[in-house]
Design a protein. Structure first.
Length: 98
């Protein structure tokens, strides 16, 4: 337990930021899963809409410092590869949904 007033404030702010970051990461993860499921259903309109939203959320997370640049690029690359595979007569890999 912090003893100083400034330490208490820092602890509260740190917890508040941790929860905000956790919520943002959860949103990104949920959007990625929804996009991959839309790719399984091959609904082009939904896919293009969700991909746009997901890319935007990932870029904002990188900009805010919630995730690192390379991790953000990796997530976007994963979606792009699956989108490419969706448009070709191949199946989406099930391990990417986990």
């Amino acid at each position: 337990m912090p003893n100083l007033k400034s330490s208490c404030k820092r602890a509260l702010l740190s917890e508040k930021r941790r929860l905000r970051n956790k919520n943002y990461l959860s949103t990104v993860s949920t959007l990625m899963k929804k996009t991959l499921l839309a790719m399984l259903e091959k609904d082009e309109k939904t896919i293009s809409n969700l991909i746009s939203i997901t890319y935007s959320k990932i870029d904002k997370a990188v900009q805010k410092g919630i995730i690192q640049l390379n991790k953000g690029n990796s997530k976007k690359s994963k979606l792009a590869i699956e989108l490419k595979n969706t448009r070709q007569p191949q199946t989406i890999h099930q391990k990417t949904l986990n």
